[in-house]
Design a protein around this ligand. Structure first.
Ligand code: SF4
Ligand code: SF4
Length: 300
């Protein structure tokens, strides 16, 4: 993150806290729900297989910027399958920067391409060591690591959803990130039990073990992009949701926090640590503010 962006976003955060502002700052645009994988924990792939039109996405970007959004994510399905009117996801990132967004990130399963220097951060899904990742995401681990190796940039943050299959792989993944050229950091979420994926849900004991491991690895200095104290709030399930400062746009429909907001009872079992962190941050939680400054400044 550039220092200028960090300062601008910090100012926004300060205003939000002081004036109890609930205006969104972060938006995710879903480019398509089409995907080349069928991961075991996924509830959103290939439902309609829609590639959303470029014109609509561009209009959304302009509207979101005017409404004060400064952090933009592009997401899928598999985001890099998106193409329309001769444009691809890289073109959208460039156009988003031209519009003025401070941070433009992309989420991908890494099977297509990871040489996306236009993005501030590429969030790359890896869900465990090779065996567990392949169990959850199909036989893709080697392809992904080859694509990591071929990338000409190191703006890749591994994005891991912890579940009861892979929760013992946390240290191995942190080692992988530390020792792999082009992998800069790792960010964890916990499995959110969408209908049909309940079998991957962690027990309370497994959650405690995973949180304890992540916290000790943060202390040891591994490049973990989660806020230390948010893990305690996650475990206690003691945070206010949905997070009003985050929105998701899919097919012209806008959701507060995530698309999952409309699924009855799911927010109570939310494992998305970004929602925990942003929700607490913008309520002025002092531990979270301190951890955010400490963590984010490492990556500026
Ligand atoms: S890559 Fe993402 S969208 Fe595709 S099936 Fe896996 S989790 Fe779902
Ligand atoms: S709180 Fe969690 S489950 Fe609910 S909408 Fe937000 S991200 Fe989804």
């Amino acid at each position: 993150m550039k220092l200028k962006s960090f300062l601008e976003l910090s100012t926004y955060g300060l205003k939000t806290i002081l004036f109890k502002n609930t205006k969104p700052i972060l938006a995710t645009i879903i480019l398509t729900d089409a995907c080349n994988l069928t991961c075991k924990h996924c509830a959103v792939n290939n439902i309609n297989k829609i590639i959303h039109p470029y014109k609509e996405i561009k209009e959304e970007m302009i509207r979101l910027y005017k409404e004060g959004i400064r952090i933009l994510f592009f997401c899928g399905g598999e985001t890099l399958l998106w193409e329309d009117e001769g444009k691809n996801a890289k073109d959208l990132i460039i156009e988003a920067k031209e519009i003025g967004f401070e941070l433009v990130n992309i989420v991908t399963n890494g099977t297509i391409d990871l040489d996306i220097k236009e993005a501030d951060v590429i969030f790359l899904s890896i869900d465990g060591n090779k065996e567990n990742h392949n169990y959850i995401r199909g036989n893709t681990f080697d392809t992904i690591m080859q694509n990591v190796d071929k990338a000409n940039n190191s703006n890749i943050c591994v994005y891991t959803a912890i579940n009861n299959k892979n929760y013992k792989d946390i240290k191995e993944l942190c080692e992988l990130v530390k020792n792999t050229k082009n992998l800069s950091s790792i960010s964890f979420n916990f499995h959110t039990p969408y209908e049909g994926t309940e079998s991957l849900t962690l027990t309370k004991e497994q959650k405690i073990e995973a949180v304890t491991t992540i916290k000790s690895l943060i202390k040891e200095g591994y490049p973990i992009f989660n806020l230390y104290s948010s893990l305690d709030y996650y475990l206690e399930n003691n945070w206010s949701r949905p997070c009003k400062q985050c929105i998701v746009i899919e097919n012209k429909k806008q959701f507060v926090c995530g698309r999952c907001v409309e699924i009855e009872g799911l927010c109570e079992e939310c494992g998305y640590l970004f929602a925990v962190e942003f929700s607490l941050l913008f309520r002025g939680n002092p531990r979270i503010i301190y951890d955010m400054l400490k963590t984010y400044l490492k990556f500026v």
